[in-house]
Design a protein around this ligand. Structure first.
Ligand SMILES: [Mg+2]
Length: 264
């Protein structure tokens, strides 16, 4: 038994330690976009695009779960030709597939807008909305320059404050990527529902912690610009971690997954 396992799985182990029988039981891949498929510039890495194509070619749908608006997530899905669920605004908004209508999740933007009003009243001009904030339906996105997440958390109640490393999201506490993915997977109690053990989830930031907590098979994609305290928290929550960073990290795990399913 390796050191990490003896410590009670308190630290994510390398993806090379994912047992073959688990990899063979995976029927859905669910991944974050920014920092996980992209580099720090927000552009999808070619290795990650190829990896998404390869998993889909093996009959495993890829679900995209992002803090981006649902339209932007759908653009990525079209480009990568994914067939899985689409989740935007960190779980606030979802579609079952490209071109579908929005799934009714019953969330309201009211808690996030109230939080924004409190932050504006307290911190004034330091609170700047992102360019895409007006297109958002459930969360509120603000710029992360010069803002400490811990400071704004202390000012707010009833909303989650999530730092993706690209922006800060304010959203109703009930909303998370994991809660929405579980609802979509359950297919309203359908007998063909996918259990969480059949899903391999990928993420790189605190906005993915709900996935690491709710899904037993999770991979933390290394993101070298992550704050050290946050990185420690993420390594504790995820089951496994990549060796390479960004989209190349995602791609190396996919190669391992496909290899495991091919071997006799
Ligand atoms: Mg990310």
């Amino acid at each position: 038994m390796d050191t990490a396992a003896r410590q009670g799985d308190t630290v994510a182990r390398t993806y090379r330690q994912i047992p073959t029988e688990i990899l063979r039981g995976i029927s859905v891949v669910a991944t974050d976009i920014d920092g996980t498929l992209t580099g720090p510039d927000g552009v999808i890495r070619s290795a990650a695009a190829r990896a998404v194509h390869d998993i889909e070619a093996h009959g495993i749908p890829v679900c995209l779960l992002s803090g981006r608006t649902i339209d932007t997530v759908e653009d990525v899905a079209r480009r990568l030709q994914t067939t899985g669920f689409l989740v935007g605004e960190d779980g606030g908004v979802a579609k079952r597939r490209v071109g579908a209508t929005l799934t009714d999740l019953g969330y309201s933007r009211r808690p996030a807008l109230n939080a924004l009003a409190i932050l504006r009243a307290t911190l004034g001009d330091r609170i700047q909305e992102t360019e895409d904030n007006q297109c958002r339906l459930v969360d509120v996105a603000i710029r992360n320059e010069g803002i400490r997440v811990r400071q704004i958390r202390r000012l707010l109640d009833g909303v989650s404050v999530l730092d993706s490393g690209f922006m800060i999201h304010l959203v109703d506490v009930r909303v998370s990527k994991a809660a929405t993915l579980l609802r979509l997977l359950s297919g309203n109690g359908s007998p063909t529902a996918t259990p969480p053990q059949a899903v391999l989830v990928f993420g790189d930031s605190p906005t993915d912690l709900s996935l690491f907590h709710e899904f037993p098979h999770s991979v933390l994609v290394s993101n070298p610009v992550q704050d050290e305290a946050e990185a420690r928290r993420l390594r504790k929550a995820a089951a496994y971690s990549t060796e390479s960073s960004y989209g190349e990290g995602f791609a190396e795990v996919v190669r391992f997954l496909i290899e495991a399913r091919r071997s006799p």
